[in-house]
Design a binder for this molecule. Sequence first.
Ligand code: A3P
Length: 317
Amino acid sequence: MERKMQASKHVYLYSTIHTLKQFDGLREECVSILRDKSMCNQLILPEVSYSEKGMELPPRPKLFDFHGVYMTNYFTDNWDNVQNFQARPNDIIIATYPKAGTTWVSYILDQLYFGQSAPESLTTLTERVPFLEMNIPLIPSGVETLDKLPTSPRLIKTHLPVQFMPRSFWEQDCRVHYSNGMWVLYSSSVVFGPWYDHVTGWWEKKQTHSKIHYMFYEDMIEDMGRELDGLCSFLGLSPSEEEKERVIEGCHFDNMKNNSMTNYSTDLVMDFNISPFMRKGKVGDWKNHFTVAQSEQFDEDYQKKMNNSQLRFRSTF
Ligand code: A3P
């Protein structure tokens, strides 16, 4: 594996660190690393993680109430530019609640649109599918990256709740793929707000906006071929059977887990000894981590909060 990475890669990894792990306090560390490029070349290597270097992972960034939703400054500091983002009619938005299969859907779309033809300079999925609201000091924000993205259509990742979406997406009538699953976080004090609000907010929007495709993680696990057909029909794509098979094969859990483009193995702070990014990819796994009491509390909460919605999830088959 090539040991030296380009400066732009350093910057990108720096952003990935903050985006995925949402750690705070690492900023100063990274800034000095970025200033000293030679040190950067030693540090930012796929096989070197923070834990292996004996560095303690910094605490999570502070959550604060932002127009009624818990957010961190990495997603709000560039707010005006995010809100004024100039969408293009053929932009495809991948909106998800965190940990609800974002990477999976991003890769499916990437493969459908670009297959092997994406620019060579974009070597990881996170480069090909920029994160709209992300804003980390010293590196290009999601908005800046998107403005320069050479691909067409642009695939755009966001975790924003529906009410925070930039207006131009609706004005340009862009296609939005909303992906979710029953990955309930038990706390309501989580970044991007409570799971219930997120999934129901997007569901309500779908009732009046025909260009939202709502897909469930559980359905994808059950029958990827069927879900891919639905997705292609929403996107107006007609891939051959051979192409579809290639996409399904490439996006299979085991293949994505072993693919450095999609498995975050080149991420500096991912400690795969603790947990790989792709852990199990199973439906309802969260239930295994609940006590009986938590499970009962959850069921009660679920009934209460989803009672007025037509939206239905299944945690098992
Ligand atoms: P687990 O942590 O249960 O393994 P996101 O990309 O939104 O952060 O979602 C991450 C979750 O999606 C992880 O769940 C990951 O394994 C799962 N995932 C990613 N690609 C997948 C695939 N091809 N098949 C099944 N699950 C997948």
